[in-house]
Design a protein around this ligand. Sequence first.
Ligand SMILES: [Zn+2]
Length: 341
Amino acid sequence: MKKYYGMAAAGFLFLVLLTIQVNRVTAVTPTKNGNIARSTDQTVTSATTESSSQASRENAEDVQEQAAVSDEVNEENFPTVSLDDWSLVLVGPSNKIEKEIAQKDLGKLSNGYLVDQRIVSSYEKLADAAKAAGHPLAMVSAYRSVAYQEEIFNANVNTLMSQGHTKEEAIRITKLTFTEPGYSEHHTGLAVDVVDQDWYQNHTGELLNEGFGDTDGGKWLQAHAREYGFIIRYPKGKHDITQIDYEPWHLRYVGVEVATYIEEHEMTFEEFLEEAKEHIAKKEAELSYYELENPLEENWIYEDSLAKSQKSSDRPQDELLMNGGNLFAKNAFSQTKEVKK
Ligand SMILES: [Zn+2]
């Protein structure tokens, strides 16, 4: 009997040594050609297939869920935008301009005012359409440099100080009517102040008055500026968001698609940008989920399993033996069979 125990023990030891060897070879062989490595690959692949069939069921449910969500998104027709787009730059009371437009990038409108040259033709088309509709436009202001804003801001402060106000008082009062240098959308070259000729000639004293919004010309701009890529940047009743009162004369270029979306949804540019951020974050999350569940490269699975195997060689001895044992049962044994043939 002792002899049998001895043989059994020797056999067991042989198996253990062999499995350790198998495990080590599997772990370090970076090739798919060897039987052992290929078996490991197949094991991993079949395990992955199992989990993918489960995943595909989950995916099917998710696809239904996502379809419901994208129906919502499609209903809204939310434009595909990049927040880095030049036409979506945000400059305002809480957003100082980061980089002023270079002089060479300014273009002259037919009325002599300067804007970002990329919006010259859009504005000209708007002006032509307004004229054709019986509301020829009159421009009051377009691009303003930070230096120019500083000049007019300081001039107003000095006037108030000469009238007896303290400097702090003078600055506070000036801020009520002048945008602080660096914080005006006019610095971007994408904003213009326009009224129609009728208003321009009859309201010289209070050219920029919100009453213009109630005129036919003001209503025409509100309804049609979007067709040329412009929005009424500071709508009525949105001061808490824009920090600027209703200005029916202040148009801002954002592109036709975005302008149409903003005006149709009666939202502010700030609200649009927030929504765009959410859409982009959601799309990125969906994309990384898709990549996780649908790896494109089989190599990716293989390399990942290889990395895991290499790590497993650092595991405590008995755990290694267990893994080796599994491997032996699944692969090494069938290999022996083949050798026998
Ligand atoms: Zn303006």
